[in-house]
Every structure is written in structure tokens, then in C-alpha cells.
Design a protein around this ligand. Structure first.
Ligand code: BG6
Length: 510
């Protein structure tokens, strides 16, 4: 462990400690960090919730660690659990925050050195503003240098609600003390996008409209919405995925080179991308955006319900479980290059990838019988489950006559480094504890993303013309989405050994 963190005393105050996020992501990540010796030397977790009992909470954390962590609870679990404390608090009760303040002050009296506090709001997102305000009113944000506030997406449900929440947070917490999590930014393969682009000399010179024809960003999931119906009915794919994860990926693939690898430089380069997005005209949403909702079907031999049959979902819901957008970045580098963003639940398989398609060669040197003359080269960046980078290009087939065949070069993360990647939350929690804001969203980015999507959000308030449900589980989404692309819809990573065949993947809308 680095000296820096080994000597620090960190009080990790987890509000919403009995909830899903705490159990499925935060505790497993903290325990994995503990096992790897990556937690600060003096670390305590103060679990704040309305009803739990300490021992019951420790047990339910142990169960979720057994289920979700990279490593099951071992002999050191007891030591880790001994650092978990519980404070009862009703998020809506101002007096309870006073008790929280007293309890924390009491704990701090026993600490040897200065104590840093991290308030992690694993609460329902609509409470972020109010909880931050309560904390601030009790003076819990006074020592800005020693206090951090962590919130998750979604932040608001549109630009205005985001501003309201953000203003409440900013009343007491400085922008530098607020860590807005988009967990995609903690993924190794996502962080590697910057290394790939800016630590190598050969990609940047061709990374522009002159050589690149189209960029496609796909985040496909095979799962449905599971037990999250109540949340998803208010969110939909656009708010749940596009506003944050997909637009952040877009920033990383399209941004200008930052001068330094610092939060300030990265932030400004990302904002330039978001601010250069060509506005979608209010009447023109259908030309650039496609929405869909899954019906019932059979996946891997098992019947699965339609979205409208999922728990806590209205039988007439017109919430989208699929969204695709074609957008343009109006700047010198990207003028005229389409970026297609697409995401959906219950699609053919789980795959997140970025595909950069290069323009065809300007002149065909080889005769038509050589084949593949105009086949464009592609660079495919697999984020998950395949953590890889593929370059597809044309090669000469051995022998005569002269024939071209598609070929590929492949870099695989696991094979190259022979070690397991940490979970995104491990990385992000470590960065919060160290006070490194590089991979978090600045308020301006969140606002710019909401601003850009406003016309689509508005248009999609009305039920679709193409009646829902409009795609079958296991397919690649509604037929209309294909119109946004000039090529086959299916994602490409994890294909057959040559990386070329598409196997027997289902077709669009099937
Ligand atoms: C979350 C969304 O932010 O990201 C979920 O709310 C989605 O709907 C999830 O399933 C995907 O994350 P990952 O890391 O599993 O790809």
C-alpha cells in the first residue's frame, strides 16, 4: 500500500446502508480492497440506515460479499466486520442528522490523527439534494478539505431537476468535494481508452474525419430489468444508460488530447465534446433516435416475460428498454462523421464495445477477383465481457491467384497482463479515498448531457407510433434501429476464432 493512504484515517459514512447498492456493489468492493491491503490504514465504515441492527447488518453484508465480491469472505472477515458500525437515521428527520454529527464527533475523539469523512449517498437518487442539505445544515460539510460527498447516477430526470439537486448539494459542498459516480469510468477497459489513444503515436494522426467513417458504441445486455421495475419505469434506457454511460464513452473516444492527465484537463476536453454535439431539432427526433421495448419470448430455452409483465411495471407502459441515437460532433475533427449509440435490455447477448470503422481505400489496386477490395478496416474496442482490442484489416491469402481475406490482430487484457482486473467500484472507491476526482463526472458534464437529450426526452413522453412491444428477447432490438446504421447491426466482439464470422446470431427484430 502506498504510504499516502496507509497512514490516513477515513470514516466512510454510508447513507442508505441497508439498500441494494450498498449490498451488491459497495460492500463487496470494500471487502475486496481490504483483502488486497488497499484500504487506508485506519478505516471505519459507518453504516447509516433507518432500521437495521448492527449484527444483522454485518451478517447480510457477509452474505452479499459471498455473492458479489471477487473473493469470498475469509479468515479476515471478522477483522473487516469489526470496523463496521451502525447509526440509526431517518433520512427525512433533521434531528437524526444532529445525532449523526454527535456520534461521528464521538468516534473522532478516539482517533489518533486527522479524520477524513466520506459521505456516500447510496440512497434513492431523488433524495440526494435533501440529504446533502441536511448534512450541510448540521455543519457536517464545514471542513471542505477533509470531507467528500459521493453520489451515483441518475442525477435528476432532466436538466431542471438535475439543477435543483445540484444546487442543494452545492449549497454546502464545493464542486471539488463532490464525486459523481458513473461506474463505467472505473472499468479498466474504459480507463484504457485514454492510454490507447494518447500513449501511442500511431492512432491519433488517423483519429479524425479524414480516416474514420463511423463510430458505433454498443452497450447490449441480455438481462431484463429484473426487480428494478419501479426505478426503470421512471428512467428508461435513455436516462439509465445513454445520459451517462454512453455519452461518457463518447467523450473518451472523441475528445481532444488533454495536455496533462489531470481532472481539470480531462474535464474540459470532455465538455468540449458534449458542447459540440449537434443539437437535435425538436421536430426531428424520429430521424435520429429509435426506441424499443421488449416483448415476451424464450431465451436459452427459458420463457421470459415482456417488460410490461415485469414486477412494478404498468401493463401499458411506454417506457423504452432500448434506445439508439445517431449523432454528430460539430468540430474540425469530427465534422460529418456519424456516431451511433445504442443500448438495450434483453438483447442477443451482453456486450459493450466501440467500433471505429475506417474509410475504404481511395483507389482499388487489386482486380475485382481478388475480393474484398473496398472492405473497410475496423478497430474494435471490447469493454466487456471481452476485454480486448481487435484490428481488422485485409491480408493476402497464401498462394495464387492473388486473393484478399479479412484478418485481424488482437490484444487481450487478461492474456497480456495475466491478472484479474479490479471491479469498477474498487477503482472508484479507491480514487474517492485518495481524493482523485479524475474519473468522476463534473456538474457541467451532467448538465450538458441532459441539455443535449432534452428534445428526445420530450418526444418520448408521448407513446410511440410503432406500438410497443416492438422487439423480441434475444434479438438485436427493433427493426427501425437498423436504419440508423449503414451496416449489419450485430456487435462484433467475441466472434469466431478469426473474428470474422457472425455465427448464428439472431437478426434484427427477430
Ligand atoms: C447501471 C444501470 O448503471 O449499469 C443498469 O442502471 C445496467 O441498468 C448497468 O444494467 C450495467 O452495468 P454493467 O457494469 O453491468 O455493464
Amino acid at each position: 500500500m502506498e504510504e499516502d493512504i496507509a497512514n490516513r484515517t477515513i470514516r466512510f459514512v454510508l447513507l442508505g446502508a441497508s439498500g441494494d447498492l450498498a449490498h451488491s456493489k459497495i460492500l463487496p468492493a470494500l471487502y475486496d480492497l481490504h483483502r488486497e491491503g488497499q484500504l487506508p490504514g485506519h478505516f471505519t465504515l459507518v453504516a447509516v440506515s433507518r432500521s437495521a441492527e448492527l449484527e444483522a447488518l454485518r451478517q447480510s453484508y457477509r452474505d452479499s460479499v459471498a455473492h458479489y465480491a471477487r473473493q469470498p469472505p475469509g479468515a479476515d472477515w471478522e477483522g473487516f466486520a469489526a470496523g463496521i458500525f451502525h447509526i440509526r437515521l431517518d433520512l427525512a428527520e433533521a434531528d437524526d442528522y444532529r445525532r449523526l454529527k454527535t456520534a461521528l464527533a464521538e468516534m473522532d475523539r478516539q482517533a489518533r490523527g486527522p479524520v477524513e469523512r466520506i459521505f456516500y449517498l447510496a440512497t434513492p437518487p431523488h433524495l440526494f439534494g435533501a440529504v446533502a442539505d441536511h448534512l450541510g445544515r448540521e455543519g457536517l460539510a464545514e471542513d471542505q478539505a477533509m470531507t467528500r460527498l459521493v453520489v451515483e447516477k441518475p442525477m435528476g430526470h432532466d436538466l431542471e431537476s438535475f439543477r435543483t439537486i445540484n444546487n442543494l448539494m452545492r449549497r454546502h459542498f464545493a464542486e471539488e468535494s463532490i464525486y459523481r459516480i458513473d461506474h463505467f469510468l472505473g472499468k479498466e477497459t474504459v480507463q484504457n481508452l485514454l492510454a490507447f489513444r494518447f500513449a501511442n503515436p500511431m492512432f491519433e494522426p488517423i483519429w479524425n474525419r479524414q480516416y474514420i467513417e463511423q463510430v458505433t458504441i454498443t452497450v447490449a445486455e441480455s438481462e431484463g430489468i429484473g426487480g428494478r421495475g419501479a426505478y426503470y419505469e421512471r428512467a428508461g434506457a435513455l436516462r439509465d444508460m445513454v445520459q451517462n454511460h454512453l455519452l461518457q464513452l463518447l467523450c473518451l473516444i472523441a475528445m481532444e488530447p488533454p495536455v496533462t492527465y489531470t481532472a481539470g484537463d480531462l474535464r474540459h476536453k470532455k465538455e468540449e465534446v458534449l458542447n459540440a454535439l449537434r443539437p437535435i431539432p425538436e421536430g426531428g427526433v424520429d430521424a435520429v433516435a429509435v426506441r424499443g421495448q421488449y416483448g415476451s419470448g424464450v431465451v436459452e430455452g427459458e420463457p421470459v416475460p415482456a417488460y410490461r409483465q415485469e414486477p412494478a411495471v404498468s401493463a401499458e407502459s411506454s417506457v423504452e428498454t432500448f434506445a439508439a441515437l445517431k449523432l454528430y460532433i460539430d468540430n474540425w475533427r469530427w465534422q460529418g462523421v456519424p456516431f451511433v449509440l445504442r443500448t438495450g435490455k434483453r438483447l442477443g447477448r451482453r456486450v459493450t464495445e466501440l467500433v471505429v470503422r475506417f474509410r475504404p481505400v481511395p483507389h482499388c489496386t487489386f482486380p475485382p477477383r481478388a475480393g474484398l477490395n473496398a472492405q473497410p478496416a475496423q478497430l474494435i474496442i471490447g469493454i466487456q465481457p471481452e476485454e480486448e482490442i481487435l484490428l481488422r484489416f485485409a491480408a493476402k491469402e497464401p498462394g495464387t491467384p492473388f486473393r484478399l481475406q479479412p484478418a485481424r490482430m488482437r490484444f487481450n487484457y487478461r492474456e497480456a497482463f495475466n491478472k484479474e482486473s479490479p471491479a469498477a467500484y474498487e477503482t472508484l472507491l479507491t480514487e474517492v479515498m485518495r481524493g482523485e476526482p479524475m474519473h468522476f463526472m463534473h456538474a457541467e458534464q451532467v448538465a450538458a448531457a441532459w441539455r443535449f437529450l432534452t428534445p428526445v426526452l420530450k418526444a418520448w413522453e408521448s407513446p410511440p407510433e410503432d406500438p410497443f412491444p416492438n422487439y423480441t428477447p434475444g434479438s438485436w432490438g427493433p427493426k427501425a434501429a437498423k436504419g440508423l446504421l449503414e451496416e449489419e447491426w450485430q456487435p462484433t466482439c467475441g466472434c469466431d476464432a478469426a473474428g470474422l464470422g457472425r455465427g448464428s446470431e439472431p437478426k434484427q427484430g427477430e
